[in-house]
Structure formats: C-alpha cells, structure tokens
Ligand binder design. Sequence first.
Ligand code: FES
Length: 759
Amino acid sequence: MAAAVEELYARAKAEVGQEDLDHIRHVTAYGRAIDARRRELLREGGPRAIRRATALEMMYRLMQFSELGHNIVHGSYDHLPGNGEYHSDRYDWDFNVDVDHWKTMHHAGHHPNTNIVGKDHDLGYSVFRGSAGQDWYGHHLGQVALISALAALAPVAAPFFLANIARKVEHHPFLSAYTLRSPARIARRDARRRFVDEPFRSGWKPLPTLVANYFGGVAGYMSVLFLVLIEHHAGELELFTDPGPDETADQYCERQIRATRNFLPSAQMDEALTRILEEEVPFDNRPDLRIFYGGLDTHVEHHLFPDLPPSMQRKIAPEVRALAARFGLPYHETPLLETVPLIAKTLTGLSVPFGEREFGRPAELLRDPSSLVRRVISGFTYRPLPESPYLDKPRFHNAPARVLSATPVAGGHAISVRLARPRGWEDVEWEAGAYISVRVEVDDDDHGTGTGTSTGRAELVRQYSLVRDSIDSRLDDSRLDGPGPLEICVKRVNGGRVSTRLNDTLKPGRHVTLVGVPQSSGDFAMPEPGAPSLLIAGGVGITPIISLLRRIARDAGASAGVDATLLYFNRDERSIIYEAELRRLARDSGATLHLFTDTPSGRDGLTTGRLDPKVLRSLVPDAADRETYVCAPAAVIDLARGWLRDLGQPAERFHAESFTAPELERPADDGSRYTVHFRRTGASVEIDGATTLLEAAGRAGISVPTGCERGLCKACVTGKLSGTTSTEARAAGGATGAEVRERITVCTAMPCSDIELDL
Ligand code: FES
C-alpha cells in the first residue's frame, strides 16, 4: 500500500505547478476583497450591513486557515519557482497563531502521530475527550463548559491554546515564556486591530463594529475548531497505541486513513454563503466555495499527502477512495450537518468517566474505586493511566508492565522484581542473557532521594538483564496467572536516580514502562549448548549469568554432566543474590560453583577473594578454551578480558555485558556535508559526518522515540531507505554502499553519504 501511495504522491506532486500558484494568488486576492468589503460594511453601518460584515469576518478567518495558511505552511508551494510569499518559511499568515508553535504542534506532533494517544495532542488526548478510548481526566467533566469558554474568547485564546499543545511536544512547562510571550503579543495585536482600531476608525458608532468583529471572529475560529475536531474524533474514527519505531510504511498509511474523516459540504449552507458573497463581494471568476474548507473536507488526502495543495487533494480524492477500497480500508466521509449532532453527543457523553470498557456497564467503574480516583487525580497532571482502555490493544513500545512482586534482596541493596507481561506480549520470546529497557520519569533535580522538589521532569532509560529466558519464564507460570513474568533485579546504585527510584517505589500493583520487547546483545547471546563454559559474575551481574546457567541446566536435562564453571564475586555474604537457586542449579546440572566475598565469612562454601589471574589459573586451568560470559562492572570486565587473553584465550570466546553505554565516537570534521532526507515528512537537512541522524531529525523538527541514546534500548530504530552510515562503512572496511542495514539506531548512526530515512 505504501508503494501505491508513494506512486500517487509522486504523480500528483509532479503535476503541481504554475496553475496551483495562480490559484492561491487568486484566493488571496479574493480574501482581500472580502476583508475590504467587510470594512466598508462596518463604515456603512446599519443592522443589515453589520450582519453581513459579521458573516464576511467569519468567512475571512475560515479561509485564512483552510485554503491559505494551513496548506502554505505545510510547504505545498515550496518547490515551485517564483513562489514568492507562498513559501512556508516566508508566509505572513493572518491567523492568530505563532507559526513556529504551529509547525511544532502540527507538523512534529500531530501529523506523524495521528491519533496515537499520548503523542498526538491535536485537540484531544488531554484537553478534550472525543473518543471513548481516550483517558478520562477530571477536567473532562467540564469539557462542554470549557469549549463554551474557549468559544467566547476564541480569537485571543487560540494562540495560547496552540502554544499549550506545542509545549507538550517540546516538553516546556505549562506556564513559561514559550507558552505566554508570543501568544500574548499575537492576542494583543489582534485585539487592538479588531476592538480598538477598527471600531474607533469606522466613522460610525464603535459598538456595532465591536459586536460584528467579536461575533465574526468567534464564529470564524469556532468553525476552524469544529472542522478540526471532526477530522479525527468521534464516531468510527480509531485511536492507536504508540506503535513505536517498528510501524511499517504500510501501517503508517493505514493508520492515517483509519484515523481521519472527510466531510461532505452542506448544499443549504453553501447556498446561503454563496448568496452573501455574490451580493457583497463582486469578483471576477470567483473561486469555488470549497476554498473555505480547503484541505479540511479532503482531510484523508491531506493526511496521506500533507504538502499537496488542496486544489490537488480535491483532484486525486477519487483515486484515494479507490486505493482505500483496494486495500480493504474504510474511507470515512460524513455529511457536514451530520457531524454537528455527532460532535455534540460525543463531547457531552464523554465528559463522564465511561470508556470503552464501561460503556453499557457503568457499574464496572464503581467496582474499582481506586481507578476512578486515579482518573480524577491524573486529570490535573495530564498523565496517561496504565489501565487506560486503549491499552487493550497490544503495545510493544512504551508498554506498561504491572509489578507482580518486589522483594528486597542482597541485604536490601537490591530489589528483585517480577513483572507481568504487558498485554499482547504473550508470544514474545527472548534468549538467555537478554535484557529489557525500563523508562523512568524522575524529577530533574532529583539526585536520588526521590523526594526532591520538582522543577521539571526528565525521562531516563536503563537496561536490566532478565533473570530467565522466555522458556524458563513460562515454566515459572505455575504460581501466577498469565504467560510467564519478566523478572529483573535492580541494584541500588549510589546516586543512581533510576535504581533509587525503582527500589523506593516499586510495589505490587504499580506499573513500570518498558521501552520495547526484550533484546539480546549479539555478543552475549549463547551459542549452541554443550561447549565448555566459564561464567563470571560480580554482584547484581549475576542476573544474565543465572539466566545462562538455567539454560545450561535445562539443556543438560537429566544428564547432569555439563562442563560449566561459575565464579561469583560479592562484597559480603549478605550481598549474594539467588544463592540457594545457584547451588541447586549447579547440583542438578553438574556445573561447578565458586562463591567469593571481599570480606571474610564464617560460612561454609564461601571463599574470601577477588577475581585475579591466580584464581583463574587455579580454579579454571583450561579457561582459555572455554566460552566465557562476564557480567560485572566495566573495569572488572576489562581486567578479566586482559587476564584471559594472557592465558591464551582467543578474543571471540570472551563475551561481556555491562550496560555501560559506549561513548559516541565522533569523527573529526573533514569538511564533508551530507543531506539527510526524511521521506514521510519530506524534510531535508544538511549535516556533517559527526552529527547523528537523531540530531539531524531534531533539526528538521521530527521527533523520534528515544530511550538510552546510546544504541542499547532500540527505541529509535528507524528504516533506512538509502545511504551508508559510518558504522556500516567501518564494518565494510571504509567502502560506502556495502553492508546496508535496513533498520538502524539513529541515535548512534552518523552519515558517510547522503541518507534517506523512513521518517
Ligand atoms: S535511543 Fe536507545 S537505541 Fe537509540
């Protein structure tokens, strides 16, 4: 489907030309004529003139948004020679919005994330509730009143409203210079023009002009708000969970179509508007009335091809309808007048806390009062709730996982956590030694106590090894509902913001956010069982090691004859984790287990000592011949690698895991410049070879899901359509074009040729 969409786009875009530019100039001239006539009517005065001026004001404002600004700022004419003022960077939009805010909220927030709950803040997901699948927040009780209040102040409230949506995309505080300064300037300028200059220069009585400007402005902005509201909300339009970086181009197109509605204009309404326009604004070759809806009535086309001008959207609409039918997708189209009762019913009906689960069964809601209370409280903080109804759909990125148990271990220095698999993860498999990435929101000034006063929030991602592989996880099903939990162990690190937060706050019933499904770092994956192995763990580093040992024991079955040795080092005997289980596994599998503590212990079976060449030589004389797996602090790993190399171990036998993100090695700037093109958004930026593709996306205003920003969590994995990264070139000995990977972690990738990304 994406290929068919792409083909249609290429054909249509190639057709956009001088005719479209002439059309938009003609529309601009018509807009000026409407505005001039409006001001004339205000000067004429009299009830009829004032009524007509009000209607013209409404139409002028609507047209400024629809056929003109919205589409021009999308870049519909940017590629045409001689586009003059109609370039997206130059257009002087007569609409109460800061264009930078608009580009952020609309281009970076809304379009790529259409109807993804929590990411698309376009008129909903926090401000209004327009779909049953959205979270209900406390303030939704008053959403009808909120809309009425917004309506009363629509023209001056608009820039603040849009700034609030933009700041959510860019993570600015609610009250900040970003959300207040330029909106205040825009609102002041508009208020002065409409409510001071025009009334007192109209040459007639100021009050009627004030009234006409007020009601005309409110009607214009509310028409825009209404049309935007019906594009993606109410009725059969769908909401989506965050598909994360794995959404394919086909799925992207499908989501845009499923989430968007066109409307069919009303003949009665058009007739009334045409009559006023013909009587009041004589104009040669008057443009079609659809300029007042431009791109809003063809919104499905607009969402597939945001930078096609509305004149072209109208032209290709039949082809898009046929394409939707060909791929078995709905083509939502609703008569305009039918959308009015639909929206009214939706907004009133959804002001109460009934979601997809509770419809028809309101008593269900009362059965879980704690959830009800949380919804009310979360309303004030705009936080998504982990039990939100839309989470019924499988979610693989930023998936909430419920804590089944949280048990202090290692004398309280760590916590062993069992997590229920998120919904939809029933069939997810992972290898022994795999890890999971956990996303935690911490206070910006929280240095580990978890009690600091918050001046801002930061999201941090950490990797934790899974204690069991997916097969062992299923065997652990016996005591729990569900398809087998994920188990991790989190050591409290001195000054560690995430580890402290998790140790302090994780309790059964709470949720943690998993960035994506479990990953295996290639180096730590265990080859086929049976090879003699040496396992070395330090402290909490036992977590991936015990997972490997479990697999070794499982593979050995009843034979109890595996050739594996585990050296496990701890500070003291209280720090040893999983001791009983390690001993049992060793006994059952025939593996050899040596437990060490730094400080002397009176207990049998514990040796005082640290990892050194002597220990290696005496306890594992054939260490050089063993596949070796080490999980410990980075410095210990380096030492172990060196000692084993000295003992004659080939480098490929040594496998290590420390989750210490490698420093990004940026090459020196050799003056080369590369173009990174983002296929979906159509943006391009030029960067040097020391800039990551993630940074390039940021410069283009494209937000990419991220976690660790060091290549570990895979949150930022993106399709690469062409070009070569420096990592690929290195792997291919410096040649460009070799070993092309289709999906790359853009946080670590730097270009060494022009690159096209599926963003
Ligand atoms: S952000 Fe984690 S791999 Fe890129």
